[in-house]
Design a protein around this ligand. Sequence first.
Ligand SMILES: NC(=O)c1ccc[n+]([C@@H]2O[C@H](COP(=O)([O-])OP(=O)(O)OC[C@H]3O[C@@H](n4cnc5c(N)ncnc54)[C@H](OP(=O)(O)O)[C@@H]3O)[C@@H](O)[C@H]2O)c1
Length: 249
Amino acid sequence: MDKFDFNGKKVLVTGASSGVGREVAILLSKMGAKVVIVARRENQLKNTISLMEGDGHSYRVLDLADFDEIIVTLKDIVSKDEEKFDYIAHCAGLAIPIPLRSMSMANISQIFSINTYSFMALLKCVAQKRLFNDGGAVVGISSWAGVDGQAANAVYTASKGAIDAFMKSAAKELIPRKVRVNTICPGGIRTEMLINQVVKNYEGEKIEDLPDYLMLPDKVASIVVALLSNSMQCISGVAIKVDEAKNWE
Ligand SMILES: NC(=O)c1ccc[n+]([C@@H]2O[C@H](COP(=O)([O-])OP(=O)(O)OC[C@H]3O[C@@H](n4cnc5c(N)ncnc54)[C@H](OP(=O)(O)O)[C@@H]3O)[C@@H](O)[C@H]2O)c1
């Protein structure tokens, strides 16, 4: 069996309207998966579909801020074609730098809803045998900053640290079903998220001025897909730091 073969497998990719999620969806389509992509921006989802290979892919407009709606949507997707999911790549995320003095319940809740609670809702679906097949895998994108901390970004980093902790327990609970659960913790990636932050934080700085050591989203996508694949059958319950070699010095 080809350990990188996703033929006949159904995969959900969140955050596939841009950045890493889009690259994950494209790569999985090339590897034979039937991919369902979700995000809020419909036009961008359609763009992603147009870049994918093969047939049978679909998109759903979904706001991941709504815990219950995530579960309703996954149930609906499964009931439509009567095929359960085999894999989930949770790539959606929201990064808003907030200094400690500016924290409010509203902005904490917004960031946790999208980064953390949505991951919990997805794992609730995974735990339901009628929605998710045994033997599959889930990968969530956390953040290097969630492991190490980052000034003026405590809320975002906590929301990411929380998914790492949640993932470890979920991985243990899903052992009987042979479902693997992991997260990756990337450093800087050259995507809309970072570009928006840089422009906001350092007014006047150009995108071209972003440092060379930032990872390209397709590189991160290949790590996500490898971790989903059967080639990583012995890895579960692990948060893996990933970054360009420069940052290892
Ligand atoms: N870029 C970095 O430097 C970096 C570093 C470490 C970790 N990460 C993590 O990597 C992951 C991918 O981010 P990226 O860099 O690819 O950024 P991106 O291009 O901004 O992608 C973020 C994705 O999340 C989706 N999203 C945001 N809010 C949502 C909501 N309420 N409902 C549904 N979808 C929502 C966006 O889709 P819509 O706007 O269409 O809804 C978009 O597809 C994120 O989890 C991020 O935290 C990024």
